[in-house]
Design a protein around this ligand. Structure first.
Ligand code: SF4
Ligand code: SF4
Ligand code: SF4
Length: 299
């Protein structure tokens, strides 16, 4: 039988974020949102894409020689994305990794082999494997099969989700998770749409259902200074989290770590937000705690 494949853009080992203990994070391509502040813009498209780090190019010309579509110009660092057919040849021959591909189709067994290399660390630290993205539940069938194959070795699982996927696609994989890290960006649907391109109705509806599943349900709020960091929004999110029975709320302060990736995929970073200082974060944490749900700063 043909094995199902997922489009994976990174497998990050030894992470101490996004779940308990030492974790391996499997990043999957595709996201229904378009957050202005996204630090993984290469995760948004469901398709693989070429990333070009111009500073790493040594000018060897190998990519120009192998590209048969005319996408790459002779000076190599200027190229025409609309002519690219994603054959990957330029990335294969690039000696400096100036050209790489974000997104590789991998089977369940291939990903399982990589993540199980660290099973000893999962056991000793009560860690495990986290599915992230993008939105991992856009590849629901793949996540379900991979989760089954890992869980049978008693590895703890977590999923980081936007909640913006139909409940039909979400329920199966989320039911297998020991931790559900559930992002809520804004409680007002109109503002949510302005910030992310979609309203929040489905997200809030799914949150109530996901909170009833066996895994620990954690609400995560990326705190984007000047966008969703006002006390009213954080307070409303805390009240909602308490009402649906969230175990904890995590506040994640905005950063610009992903900015350089926009250039690499030919886009411009447009988010004009500020990083909330420690004093503001502590104030917001206190507000959430006043809603009756434990809160911490960071993932
Ligand atoms: S992936 Fe293929 S078509 Fe696209 S730029 Fe590289 S060599 Fe050319
Ligand atoms: S193969 Fe890589 S290093 Fe060589 S010219 Fe192309 S991008 Fe630059
Ligand atoms: S939900 Fe996450 S991955 Fe998707 S666009 Fe927003 S920040 Fe990026």
């Amino acid at each position: 039988m043909k094995e199902i494949k997922g489009n994976v853009f990174n497998i990050q080992k030894y992470s101490v974020h996004d779940g308990h203990g030492i974790r391996t994070i499997v990043f999957l391509k595709g996201c229904p949102l378009r957050c202005e502040w996204c630090s993984n813009p290469e995760s948004q498209s469901t398709y693989p894409e070429i990333m070009l780090t111009a500073e790493s190019c040594c000018g060897c010309g190998s990519c120009y020689e192998v590209c048969k579509t005319g996408a790459i110009r002779p000076d190599s660092v200027k190229w025409l994305r609309n002519k690219c057919v994603l054959c990957r040849k330029c990335a294969d021959v690039c000696p400096t990794e100036a050209r790489t591909v974000a997104g590789t189709y991998m089977t369940v067994s291939e990903v399982r082999e990589v993540v199980m290399q660290d099973s000893i660390f999962y056991r000793t630290s009560k860690g495990g494997v986290t599915f992230s993205g993008g939105e991992p539940l856009m590849q629901s069938e793949f996540v379900t099969e991979l989760a089954k194959s890992i869980k049978k070795d008693y590895v703890r699982l977590a999923a980081e989700t936007t909640g913006c996927v139909s409940w039909n696609q979400s329920e199966g994989p989320l039911s297998m998770m020991d931790e559900i890290l559930y992002d809520i960006k804004h409680m007002d649907s109109g503002i949510h749409r302005q910030l992310t391109g979609v309203g929040n109705e489905l997200i809030l509806e799914n949150a109530e259902k996901a909170a009833k599943l066996p895994g620990d349900f954690v609400v995560r709020i990326p705190v984007i200074g000047g966008k969703n960091s006002d006390e009213e929004n954080i307070c409303r999110t805390g009240v909602f989290a308490e009402k649906i029975g969230a175990k904890e709320v995590h506040l994640l302060p905005y950063h610009r770590f992903g900015e350089s990736k926009y250039r690499k995929i030919g886009r411009t970073y447009t988010c004009e937000a500020y990083t909330p200082d420690d004093e503001q974060m502590q104030r917001l944490k206190k507000l959430v705690e006043e809603s009756g749900v434990p809160c911490r700063i960071g993932g």
